[in-house]
Ligand binder design. Structure first.
Ligand SMILES: Cc1cc2nc3c(=O)[nH]c(=O)nc-3n(C[C@H](O)[C@H](O)[C@H](O)COP(=O)(O)O)c2cc1C
Length: 238
């Protein structure tokens, strides 16, 4: 009986080996040379890392100090609107922009005009009035190249004659923020937002506009706590 069982096992083994070898042969026979050169799709790890590091938040701001034709340090210290952030000349809206960027992961974008504003603040106040009266659209020298990357755009500016600086009209007319969230911050000598929030809603009708923050120019350098609390109220972890 044991002998019979052994013979049966040997037969079974040889049938299995022969079936396997036939399967291998037939697989080899079916190899299509064209299949061999089809490269598998490889996602470069570096690309993944880059993509995950891309910020989805942009902080775009216009500020006098970065658009003024300042010729020397005396001018810098003579105007209340000229500020310094880590050795870089900026203005009040620029300070707010940097304070926001200190709290949240975001890219900064300075809105700049081709023609610089006068070096004295008083002349700038007059020019701002003339531009507003004329409905001017100052030409911009900086442009957002990768708007698709951002779903939220913080937009900051000073109140100029109870309105947006006219360069901000050029800015909003250049971009379509449909489907994106706009969060406004501004600075003024006391007028607050005036009608700027409604104006932005008209210029970007398909964007969602969230609760903004406006800071008096005299309070700018102490605004860090207000900025912090405001960002927390918007749901940002700080
Ligand atoms: C052209 C011009 C117009 C201004 N108009 C107003 C105004 O209507 N109401 C107000 O409160 N402040 C007004 N200001 C003051 C600025 O809003 C304020 O100084 C602001 O903090 C400047 O910000 P910046 O340094 O980012 O440019 C005006 C300033 C300029 C230059």
């Amino acid at each position: 009986m044991r002998k019979l069982l052994s013979i049966f096992m040997i037969c079974l083994l040889s049938v299995t080996v022969s079936a396997c070898s036939q399967a291998n042969e037939s697989d080899e026979g079916n190899i299509n040379p064209a299949d061999e050169i089809v490269e598998p799709e490889i996602t470069e790890p570096e690309e993944n890392i880059e993509a995950s590091n891309e910020s989805h938040i942009l902080i775009a701001y216009f500020t006098y100090g970065e658009n003024a034709g300042l010729s020397n340090d005396a001018e810098v210290s003579s105007s209340a609107s000229i500020q310094n952030w880590n050795g870089e000349v900026t203005g009040n809206a620029g300070i707010l922009a940097h304070m926001i960027a200190d709290v949240i992961e975001a890219d900064l974008f300075s809105i700049r005009t081709v023609d610089l504003y006068p070096s004295t603040y008083d002349e700038t106040v007059d020019q701002g009035r003339s531009e507003n009266d004329a409905g001017a659209r100052p030409v911009l020298s900086t442009h957002i190249e990768n708007l698709d990357q951002y779903d939220t755009i913080f937009v900051g500016f000073p109140n100029w004659w109870y309105d947006l600086p006219m360069a901000m009209y050029t800015f909003f007319e250049e971009y379509d923020f449909s489907g994106k969230t706009i969060i406004v911050f501004s600075t003024s000598g006391g007028s607050g937002f005036s009608s700027t929030l409604q104006t932005i809603a008209e210029l970007e009708p398909n964007a969602t506009i969230l609760e903004g923050l406006t800071v008096n120019s005299s309070q700018i350098n102490e605004a860090q706590n207000d900025v912090h609390e405001w960002l927390v109220s918007l749901g940002y972890e700080a």
